[in-house]
Design a protein around this ligand. Sequence first.
Ligand code: SF4
Length: 490
Amino acid sequence: MAHALMPPAHPFDDDKLREECGVFGVVGVTDAANFVALGLHALQHRGQEAGGIVSYHPDHGFNSARRFGYVRDNFTKQSLMETLPGALAIGHVRYSTAGSKGPTAIRDVQPFFGEFSMGGAAIAHNGNITNADALRRELIERGSIFQSSSDSECIIHLMARSLQRKVPDRMQDALRRVEGAFSVVAMTRTKLIGVRDPLGVRPLVLGKLADGGHVLSSETCALDIIGATLVREVEPGEMVVVEHGEVHSHRPFAPAKPRFCIFEHVYFSRPDSILGGRSVYETRRQIGVELAREAPVEGDLVCPVPDSGTPAAIGYAHESGIPFGMGIIRNQYMGRTFIEPTEQIRNMGVRLKLNVNRALIEGKRVILVDDSVVRGTTSRKIKEMVLDAGAAEVHFRIASPPTAWPCFYGVDTPQREKLLAATMSEDEMREHLSVDSLKFVTLDGLYRAVGEAKGRDNGCPQYCDACFSGEYPVIPADMIEKGFEMKAAE
Ligand code: SF4
């Protein structure tokens, strides 16, 4: 019953897309695993089911620890951290979809480790390999024995089959066979390695510690926690190899036009992170400004659906001149409250997580700002709570375009038919949610908010926006084999 030990990722929050992973690595410091634990703690929003750390020490070799649950509940224990000595370590936090469905199996928890003829290597992967089924079949036919159901393990087996002598060269060989989205952090006995896929769909940054240590992280917020400074983003299609305090850059892939995940700006990344040189908080605030310009409405109160709707609500309020107020309050501690909720508690649903500030809302025309609508189940419940508290009108303003397509690049999305926007027009969604009005920011508005002044259609899309547009920058080969139908070309 391993999964009974797991904290619920979002026990009453199944109406959001979920980033699946965060990766972190450090080289050049004493007890690197402690730094990795702190970094993973700062990346916990990217995956709450499980985490793992691998370290290397010349006298003790490679050591690893993989645990279910939050980083703070496992990787703060001295007895565990003492088993992870060395100046080089990498780590991973995960929420699972690729790999085992349902509760995570410990064998699927990364980093994965492989012992090769020229030495060992460990890898941690954020993203999703879109040709993993085909690769796995091929590798099994050729004799590979898989230990996990994770698509990321393909990389280790492809490395094992490479004829190159050095680990970074084997990794390049392996990653050239892989399609999809990947930000990889890896280590050998002496090297810390970071790689981003040719389109740079998922984030990865390089940082530096004052005493010379180097860091790789999914987000900049995890550099801050250990006092590291941002050097730069690992570029799309780039492999960086850090060894003996020096950073070497390689270009293993054919050049391609970057297509970074635009949803990182909307929801996945922490608001205190920097993406593409832009503050995530500021981008979200700007989305609210665009939304107010595109979809004005008369109201008395702009109220965020906390926490992720807050910066956009601030922007909406500022641009519209309508007062901002915290009409909904989030219980920050509920994630740990009910490890295995009973049916009765489940039925309380969103009320356990969010409560309405009746004194603020009563009698008001309330403009609720949320980051996205996925299934619409939470939006309906929130609307009911706000009306029950005496709101005169409820208007929804959504800081992303309608999510009408699933993501196959490392984000957990429901099947297409479960996405509200896949089956309903905006007007039908408004009726379904029974609100006075419902408007989404346009894709052009979102592009303007992330700094593309001319919007989306000034040549071709600069981001991956497939979950809104249905235009997938990498063909999801495995899913097509399983019957997924891509949008017909216009
Ligand atoms: S499909 Fe959406 S969530 Fe997935 S990578 Fe593209 S923009 Fe991001």
